[in-house]
Design a protein around this ligand. Structure first.
Ligand SMILES: O=C(O)C(=O)C[C@H](O)[C@H](O)COP(=O)(O)O
Length: 207
């Protein structure tokens, strides 16, 4: 499935911080069991590249790389088998490298100027980040007026309740967040609990 279709279908993007690459497989299983076969593994820990590679090899979920802020991380993500790249902001260098690799890139934007910079670079699916503190769903709706061709994936400060506010907007493909994959629960190996949180989040947004 194409990444855009994957986002549209699943409606949620779990933003994962893995401290130990050995948690990659049980987390992939927990996501699949909970009904959310996608993971954004962030480059916030040294375990990220190995965790992406292990998840990609394990199967059951489509794995992407998050918190990608440098060209070198793009290369690492592609080498590890990531299917998409997410960045908190807009870097022309990061976007260009993704385009050279032919990998789907979801850069961050929270202002009209950043949206226009992204459009100039040929990108029209954007992460609205940090969503909660940048005005929430009303801000996405306001940005969508001059840019009807842009699709947003709001992320940052969202939970199961506020997710629905964003998902009601026609310009919102999916929302991202870490609320259903708490770092502590993963680190503690509580994968049944994670699967339950994932299942509840999927249920909350399909209502
Ligand atoms: O890592 C990135 O690329 C980011 O841009 C930040 C993350 O998407 C948010 O930190 C997730 O937000 P929370 O759900 O509030 O934890």
């Amino acid at each position: 499935m194409e990444p855009t279709e994957l986002l549209r279908t699943n409606r949620l993007v779990p933003v994962v911080v893995l401290d130990d690459a050995a948690h990659a497989e049980p987390l992939a299983d927990a996501l699949a069991t909970g009904g959310l076969p996608v993971a954004e593994v962030t480059f916030r820990t040294p375990a990220a590249a190995e965790a992406i590679a292990r998840m990609a090899a394990h199967g059951g979920v489509t794995v992407g790389a998050g918190t990608v802020t440098t060209v070198d991380q793009v290369d690492q993500a592609v080498r590890a088998g990531a299917r998409f790249v997410v960045s908190p902001g807009f870097s022309a260098a990061v976007v260009r490298r993704c385009q050279e690799h032919g990998i789907f890139v979801l850069p961050g934007a929270s202002t009209a100027t950043e949206v226009m910079t992204a459009l100039d670079a040929g990108v029209d699916v954007l992460k609205f980040f940090p969503a909660g503190t940048s005005g929430g769903a009303p801000a996405v709706a306001a940005l969508s007026a001059p840019f009807p061709q842009v699709r947003f994936v709001p992320t940052g400060g969202i939970d199961a309740d506020s997710a629905a506010d964003y998902l009601r907007l026609p310009s919102v493909l999916a929302v991202g967040g870490s609320w259903m994959v708490p770092r502590k629960a993963i680190a503690a190996g509580e994968f049944a609990h994670v699967a339950e949180l994932v299942r509840a989040s999927v249920a909350a947004v399909s209502r």
